[in-house]
Write a protein that binds this ligand. Structure first.
Ligand code: HEC
Ligand code: HEC
Ligand code: CA
Ligand code: CA
Length: 451
């Protein structure tokens, strides 16, 4: 196992994970405040973006024509339904139906299910009726069942993990293809994404080691994905499999797939060829140019997300913080949860230039083993591969939304459970953690909670 030199770990000394952009902790606790160093006049667009992030979209045609066009198929009618106060959406409790903040992705090889496409939308705008009114009948429903499993740590402690299994029911257009993989994902925290966008592509890619040539068991891989507006291929950095290159494209994707709002980036509705009533309703309610959110409003929403600030760290005694970060390093966590980057000196948003930030991620894909695999391919990301989740702000997750949990599908009820799901390239880190004494485990988790 690789024991990186302790010097490599930088402790965010000033408790400022995003330098001058760091947001002081204030009550009420929420994660949707702008970065602290943004020039005042720029916040006007931030607030416009926020209103379109929070307000519910309605079916077209409506008198409020700037925010109509919902559906025909959709998950929920507002972005904030899945990103609660800028933080994480509710995790499914199960057994039973999935909550609104979970998205069901469907995959058959590199494409989606032949009938239902790449995502199951549980709602529609009343396809049997005139195209008005919301209906709880969409493509179908999904539910989860948990199977418990005990992990035994070296000192004899037992930890119970719950392994989810997802089902679809009430399918409206017939069965799924028997080979279609089902993946559930819960809406993640949105802090600091604008800073992540300003990390130079080369700084992330320089850590790639696809064939593990340095033999440390860890082989970060970049996801190169289409940049639709730019017409080329770019490093993916957003989403659980790093499949979106920009906040703008990720937001346009959410508008289309989660809310049924078309844009210049994604001008078609999600109706699949066999979903005739969806296609018919889309035709009947479409606007002349087929675009339901114009560039100006879409850009404002992306700008809002881009500015969402990173909160300051929870205070720790220097000795405690040092100890925690050393444990983080010796366990090999920092190989993927890379503590810090410096943003580009020529950032598109000048306030975000040359900042030393502490996201605790390498933004690369890693094989995390069979237990976490979902069988879904997204560009270069395969079924077992996930982007190292940034750990900044993780100590606030449950304080901001007590119904939130950890990992892509919210299966882990605690940070410890999340660590114990690590496998594949992270097998050594799992072993190191399970060999720690109780005190070491507590110190490590305390450190993680402070980030
Ligand atoms: C139905 C729930 C849901 C809704 C509604 C929703 N999101 Fe998300 N959001 C998610 C999930 C799930 C992911 C992770 C996607 C993935 O990787 O598969 C995500 C990811 C993101 C990310 C990337 C975060 C990261 O860490 O890389 C951004 C940005 C984002 N959403 C913005 C938006 C915006 C803007 C809207 C409204 C247009 C929106 N979301 C609506 C569930 C939702
Ligand atoms: C090989 C790369 C790798 C290593 C090593 C690694 N992680 Fe992770 N970690 C990931 C990935 C990828 C995910 C996302 C998995 C998912 O959501 O299914 C993750 C998720 C997490 C999460 C959950 C984050 C959240 O917000 O839900 C925590 C906590 C975490 N890691 C802590 C650790 C700790 C502590 C260590 C060291 C003991 C460690 N990780 C080592 C790659 C790694
Ligand atoms: Ca629509
Ligand atoms: Ca669908």
């Amino acid at each position: 196992m690789l024991l990186a030199p302790i010097m490599m770990v930088s402790i965010p000394a000033a408790a400022s994970p995003a330098g001058e952009a760091t947001v002081p902790l204030r009550k009420p606790l929420r994660l949707n405040r702008p970065a602290a160093n943004i020039e005042l006049h720029k916040l006007k667009t931030f607030h416009i973006g926020r209103s379109f992030f929070e307000l519910p979209w309605v079916p077209a045609p409506a008198s409020t024509s700037v925010r109509d066009g919902l559906g025909p198929l959709f998950n929920v009618n507002t972005c904030k339904g899945c990103h609660v106060k800028g933080g994480r959406g509710d995790a499914p409790q199960g057994p039973g139906p999935l909550v609104d903040s979970s998205v069901i992705k469907l995959a058959l090889g590199k494409s989606g299910d032949p009938i239902y496409g790449k995502q199951l939308q549980p709602r529609s705008i009343g396809l049997e009726q005139s195209g008005h009114g919301l209906s709880f009948v969409g493509e179908g429903k999904a539910s989860v069942q948990y199977e418990n499993r005990i992990v035994l740590l070296a000192d004899g402690t037992k930890v119970e993990l719950r392994r989810p299994k997802y089902y679809v029911t009430e399918l409206r257009y017939g069965e799924l293809d028997p080979k279609t993989a089902i993946s559930s994902r819960v809406g993640p925290t949105l802090i600091g994404l604008g800073l992540v966008e300003e990390i130079a592509e080369d700084d992330i890619r320089s850590r790639e080691d696809v064939d593990d040539s340095d033999g440390d068991g860890i082989s970060g891989k970049a996801n190169l994905v289409p940049d639709i507006a730019g017409g080329s291929s770019k490093l993916g950095r957003f989403g659980y499999k790093a499949s979106q290159p920009s906040i703008l494209q990720q937001s346009a994707d959410a508008f289309r797939n989660d809310i049924g709002i078309t844009s210049n980036i994604f001008p078609s509705e999600t109706c699949a060829p066999k979903q005739l009533n969806c296609l018919e309703t889309a035709r009947r309610t479409s606007k002349p140019d087929n675009i339901e959110i114009d560039d100006q409003i879409l850009n404002a929403v992306a700008y809002y997300v881009k500015l969402l600030g990173v909160p300051e760290n929870r205070k720790m005694q220097p000795a405690e913080a040092l100890r925690g970060s050393q444990l983080f390093n010796t366990a090999g966590c920092s190989a993927c949860h890379v503590p810090s980057f410096t943003t580009r000196s020529d950032a598109t948003l000048v306030e975000f230039s040359s900042l030393k930030i502490f996201p605790y991620s390498d933004f690369l894909l890693h094989d995390m083993g069979e237990g976490l695999a979902d069988g879904v391919t997204e560009h270069q990301a395969e079924g077992r591969e996930w982007r190292s989740t940034p750990l900044w702000g993780i100590g606030l997750v449950e304080r901001v939304n007590p119904r939130a949990a950890y990992l892509h599908d919210g299966r882990a009820r605690s940070i410890e459970e999340a660590i114990l799901w690590h496998d594949g390239e992270a097998k050594q880190a799992f072993k190191a953690y399970s060999n720690f004494s109780k005190k070491e485990r507590e110190d490590l988790i305390k450190f993680i909670r402070s980030l």
